[in-house]
Each structure stands twice: as C-alpha cells, then as structure tokens.
Design a protein around this ligand. Structure first.
Ligand code: GRG
Length: 297
C-alpha cells in the first residue's frame, strides 16, 4: 500500500485533466461561442470516473500517469458530447444536468448539437496528437480504434438507439443489459483498455481488464437505477412499487430493489475477482470499484 491516499490520487488527477480540457479548448481557433459552449459542459462538475479509470490503469502497470492525459481528455470529451446530445429536446429533453441548465437551454439547440459534434471530433485529434514520447504511431492507432468502436454504432450510439427503441416496451433483463453494456459500459471499458494499451499490456492482460470493466459498467448502471429510485422515494416519502416506477424498465423494476442491490454486489465482486487474477498493483482500480458500489450521486 502506498503512502498516497486515493482521494489525493483522485483530486490531483482531476486537476490535471481539467487543466488539459480547458487548455485544449482554449487553443482552438474557432468562434468564441462554440468554445464557450464546449467548456460550459466540460466544466459542469462531472465525477471524471472515466479519466480516473484510465489513470488508475496506468498506475497499476507502474507507468507515469501523464502518458494518459490526452486519452483521458479525449474520453471525457466523448462522454460530455453524449450528455449534451442526450439532453436535447429530440432525445431526453432535460432542462437540468448536474444541477445546472443543460447546454441547449443556455446556448440553444443548434449550438448544443455543434458543441457535441466539436467535442466528438476533437477527441480523435487529441489521440492523434499524443506526444511521440508517450505513444508510437501504432499505439495511437490502437487508441483511436478503441475509442471509435466504444463510442460509435457498435458501442455507445448503438446502446442509445436500443434504449430509445425500447421505450414503453416490456424489456427483458438481457435487453436491459444490452442497452447498458453499450450505452455506458463500452466507454468505461475503453477507459481501462486505453490505459492498458498505453502501458504496453499483453493481450491476456487486456482481456482480463475488459472483463473487469464489463462488470464495473453493469454495476455502475445498477447503482444509477438504485439511486434514481431512492431519490424518487425520498421525494414522495414512501417505498415505490415496481408498477409505480414510471414506464422505464430498470434493474429495480425487473428484480425489485433488493434484487437490484444483490445484482450490484455480485457484479462488484466479479469485477474485483478479475483484478485479483491480474497480478498488478490494482489499489486505485479497487478503490474506484468500491466507490462505484457506494456512490451517492
Ligand atoms: C447521445 C450518442 C448519445 C449517447 C448518449 C451516455 C448516454 C448515451 C446518455 C447519458 C444518459 C444516462 C443517464 C446514461 C446512464 C449512465 C450515465 C452514463 C450517467 C452519466 O455518467 P456519470 O455519472 O456522469 O459518469 P458525470 O456527471 O459524473 O460526468
């Protein structure tokens, strides 16, 4: 166990990442309003789970975490673009995100769409511009391929499409898992795998870490569903029955609240089991796993 605590690791790396995001957007030669719109959502107070997973993976391999700065910023840009677009009137039509007005409420729909597009495209430029000292050309290509797959039709976009298509339908547990593995899980997996690629991991190590991230992604989403339900219960002051939980199929609506809590714990244990088999210094990855099980926002 190192002397550094996880909270120091997390706060130092969040600061590094946030400076990188700010600097990179400020460097753009572009109309000020698009930069303002991009920064508005990048700086709206996310938990930075994906960058932290990437840094923690590099750290597990004993690598300098600064190697992952561009890749972490790229992944956070993709995540931010997905939230901006998800909040649009044509998707979830949300007025608030992280307690603040959503991007389109401040900048209008057109600039919100364009800020999302600009973040999406800039993320790949950032990967291509990873300093040669940190990644050779084939490593950069592998990172670009990984992020493209995770965020496109085979990943997050595919999950979002399945989610929208499944609205108001009676989804099974495996339908629900397809949505979450793609919509949320693939980008979390990409964060871990990108850290491993930058560290020069073996195929076998990447396979184990991807399995770890698979369980972590499902755990993340089950916790999200539990938090949503508990939030509703707090507001209306009573236990909510599964038929009262609007029309959206969730883990608690399919498994009951206790069943969802059991499923969450099982995925956390399976994620930790993968970490035990890999033989690296996984203390920060383990700390993030614990955080995902217990997070309250
Ligand atoms: C529009 C292509 C496209 C995709 C949207 C990710 C997504 C797909 C939608 C977001 C809606 C949502 C609630 C997804 C489920 C879980 C999730 C990804 C929550 C937000 O991630 P956090 O908790 O967010 O890491 P912060 O605010 O901490 O950055």
């Amino acid at each position: 166990m190192s002397q550094e605590s996880f909270s120091t690791f997390a706060s130092t790396h969040k600061l590094l990442l946030e400076k990188e995001l700010r600097d990179r957007v400020n460097q753009l030669t572009a109309p000020p309003v698009i930069k303002e719109s991009m920064l508005y959502s990048l700086e709206a107070g996310g938990k930075r789970i994906r960058p932290l997973l990437l840094f923690a993976t590099l750290s597990a391999f004993g690598e300098d975490t600064r190697k992952g700065l561009q890749a972490a910023a790229a992944i956070e840009m993709i995540h931010t673009y997905s939230l901006i677009h998800d909040d649009l009137p044509s998707m979830d039509n949300d007025d608030l995100r992280r307690g603040k007005p959503t991007n389109h409420k401040v900048f209008g729909d057109a600039f919100a769409i364009l800020a999302g597009d600009a973040l999406l495209t800039y993320s790949f430029q950032l990967l291509a511009e990873t300093p040669d000292d940190f990644a050779d050309a084939s490593t950069k290509l592998a990172l670009i391929k990984e992020l493209t797959k995770a965020s496109g039709a085979e990943g997050m976009v595919g999950g979002q499409v399945a989610d929208i298509s499944g609205e108001e339908k009676d989804l099974s547990l495996s339908d629900l898992e397809y949505i979450h593995i793609h919509k949320t899980g693939k980008l979390l997996e990409c964060s871990v795998v990108s850290g491993a690629i930058l560290a020069g991991a073996t195929e076998e190590q990447i396979k184990i870490l991807a399995k770890f991230a698979y369980h972590l992604g499902l755990a993340f989403q089950i916790r999200d569903d539990i938090l949503d339900l508990e939030g509703v219960e707090e507001i209306i002051g009573k236990r909510v029955g599964s038929d009262e939980i609007n029309h959206k199929v969730t883990y608690p609506s399919l498994l009951s609240l206790d069943g969802a809590k059991d499923a969450l714990h099982q995925h956390i244990e399976l994620a930790k089991h993968q970490l035990k088999t890999i033989g690296l210094n996984v203390e920060w990855l383990e700390a993030i796993t614990n955080l995902i099980e217990t997070r309250d926002h």
